[in-house]
Design a protein around this ligand. Sequence first.
Ligand code: IDC
Length: 516
Amino acid sequence: MLPPRFRRTALAVALCLLLTLLPTTARAAFSDVAPGSWYEDAVTQMEAKNILNGYADGTFRPNQTISAAEFVTIAARQAGLAPVAGQTNHWAAGHLEAARLAGWYDWDEIPPTGQTFDQPISRQLAVKILMAALLPDATGDYATQAPKIQDLADLDGRYYNPVFAAYAAGIAAGDQFGCFRPKNGLSRAEACTLFLRAGLPSSPVKPDPTPTPPATVRGGVSENGWLQVKGTQLCNQAGQPVLLRGMSTHGLHWFGSFASAQSIQNTAARGANLFRVAMYTGEGGYLSQPAAVKAQLIAAVDAAIQADLYVIIDWHILSDGNPAAHTDQAVAFFTEMAQRYGDNPAVLFEICNEPNGNITWSGNVKPYAQRVVSAIRAYAPRSIILVGSPTWSQDIHQAAADPLQGDNLMYTLHFYAGTHGAWLRQRADQALAQGLPLFVSEWGTSRADGSGGVYLAESRQWLDFLESRGISWANWSLCDKAETSAALKPGTSPYKVWTDSDLTPSGQFVFSRLQS
Ligand code: IDC
């Protein structure tokens, strides 16, 4: 990538350093990375950060052409993107799938079926992925950058933006002929220098370029302050009824990119005053990778606070149906979150998304809730705490018959418009009549499996019901997964301002409701 005169300079600098600083102990991390080679610095720094692996025989093979799987894996490590379940048994399938779902590249560019995983990645695709992973907001304009690329005719139009941005940022440069060679491959050493120029992470979390948030949100924290529950009604600091409405993320460890500052700001700009951060505990989520997922959650909560939104920290039990199975972990987690956010009026704590399986309110969920609520109250004396109930947070009647003691507690009611109808609304009315404060922290326009429909007439009926009773809600979900409950079309970038054409029918319905 570097023109030869820069390579020579780099070599000379490296040699000087070597001779002056490391006369006797110079040793590269890999047997075939020669001290003083033009790529040594990049390879060594990346190896030290655990971003790079060599081969089992201790070699790095710097001149070997890098494969799609190798390139994407390095990008994912550098960006702190956790792997998800892949579609094949290939060693890199999890990172590739996570990267594809994050929108770094499209299906056709590296099909998840795997046939091109081990083939060389083209330079144009490599640069696109690198920019999406590490510098998603970078731009470069055609007029300035195109003249630098002698072989522009070989560059496919879909790569203009990332390649121009990479040129503008000094990450990509032509060869000695000013050519980018978009369709050629690149060596492993060249790839390393690209990654190094894009900047090594100081932490494992993807740096989220923060856009300027709107100063205040309609019905946001700056307007309403501390929330309080009066009777069954959620009220603001002044004691007036308040309605929180907004979006829930999908699973943070899968679609965490849609909790980016830009995505949150987009949600606020489209009328929400509430954002729910759904942190799965099972299914490869928090309990499997606590440090990484917690860091994602904190970044999302902070971005929502920045955007003047109320924000729910959701302990998203689902396949792990009985919350009491992980009470200790929940107590530790919420203790830490309460220490961190207990004095912030924006933050609500949701301690068990959807208890399910062979459990009861009084036998399992209530004792769990008592322990977690008292842990939270040690540091968050007045925050709103949301509590689920058995049968995926539909058994509010069990909670109504045997409620928790304490203030500012609300009970979650979840529904999916294609599955749950009038009977559940009746149950809600009964619970309210018994004095149980309700909060719909999750609902969908689809069936309960997240697909089917969309059921917009039923959804409208539900929302009219909720709003006539002053019940707050968050819609599932803010992501681009190919399922009808998702608000965004597949491939929508979480790092840009969305247009109406990025929204699915569900997204259009929900966001237009938020505007009203
Ligand atoms: C669904 C997601 C779907 C995912 C599935 C399993 O939409 O993409 O494969 O979870 O993790 C809930 C849950 C919520 C579900 C949602 C739709 O809280 O996690 O998301 N749903 O099925 N309760 C009722 C429905």
